[in-house]
Design a protein around this ligand. Sequence first.
Ligand code: TYM
Length: 347
Amino acid sequence: MSEPVQTPQTFPTRIFSGIQPSGGLTLGNYLGALKRFVEKQDEGIETIYCLVDMHAITVWQEPEKLRQQTREGAAAFIAAGIDPKRSILFNQSQVSAHVELGWIFNCVARMGWMSRMTQWKDKAGKNAEAQSLGLFAYPSLMAADILVYKATHVPVGEDQKQHLELCRDIAIKFNNDYGVNFFPVVEPVIEGAATRVMSLRDGTRKMSKSDPSDQSRINLTDNADMIAAKIRKAKTDPLPLPDSVEGLKDRPEARNLVSIYAALSGHSVAKVVHDFAGAQFGTFKPALADLAVATLTPITTEMNRLMQDPAEIDRILGEGAERADALARPNLEQVYDILGMIRSRRR
Ligand code: TYM
């Protein structure tokens, strides 16, 4: 066996996470992921963040738009506080180790595991036959994204939980199949008041960049007027805000807006409920709009500034990819060795 058996504790803490550049980023991506990516970086943990363009093409993307959205995603990371010197920031397709390990994991993961993924079932719906094979295999590539760095912790929103459980299953099966303790069993990091930001039009559905209604979401590219208008028009119920967190039960729209307020302000849901107990939405919504505009406008402004210089963004992504590759490649070479593949080509 080429790798000495390690105990799980010997894996140093390393964070990996990714966002698809398949559309503009939303407030859900910001609160559920991006804002927390910055917090982890600022805690001094080793952080690797990726615009997962290879995931994006599991559904057809217009090439020029994909390029633009990848740059815009990178600009959003930087504008939100990711420092490309302290974190590694890159786009997935520039580090081919991801897809190489992804293929290997396609041979580890079982069809049954993949068929049970709720996101696959939701996206494929009744039309599974017409979906790309890539969309079905997607969670196995996601596991490779993480494990090629032997990352131990993965900050994500609630909707990615099942994919991370699959990542754990793949790591365990690989380790068992080859009698090694090579891959860590990752910990999902799903924290904060807004792990599942819901649509502004329907509090039972996730806020998503793919929702046909632009009114359902706040985009990181929306200006102050658009943000305020969307919050003003957000669906609510006729009751005033409750005086306890339990009072938000069965009120999905109210709970969503309160959670967004909590996440934006950095306070707990309990504190927001306490501060606005008995308030009408006519009072709460303008307060939320002010807070959202004050938080998001500086990010949007900085994104727009960064987007003026696409060559600089590409340079940052390229440099990040080189650093990412230097970490991923040796791990992948060890995997090939574990698998019994001859690696005699001179490099
Ligand atoms: P994606 O691009 O759909 O979303 C990126 C991140 O944003 C979070 N998120 C939300 N959080 C709260 N409320 C919402 N409404 C909301 N919408 C999105 C997601 O949970 C995610 O954390 N498969 C992943 C991308 C990926 C990845 C990875 C993530 C590929 N490889 C490896 C982590 C590690 C995805 O499609 O995320």
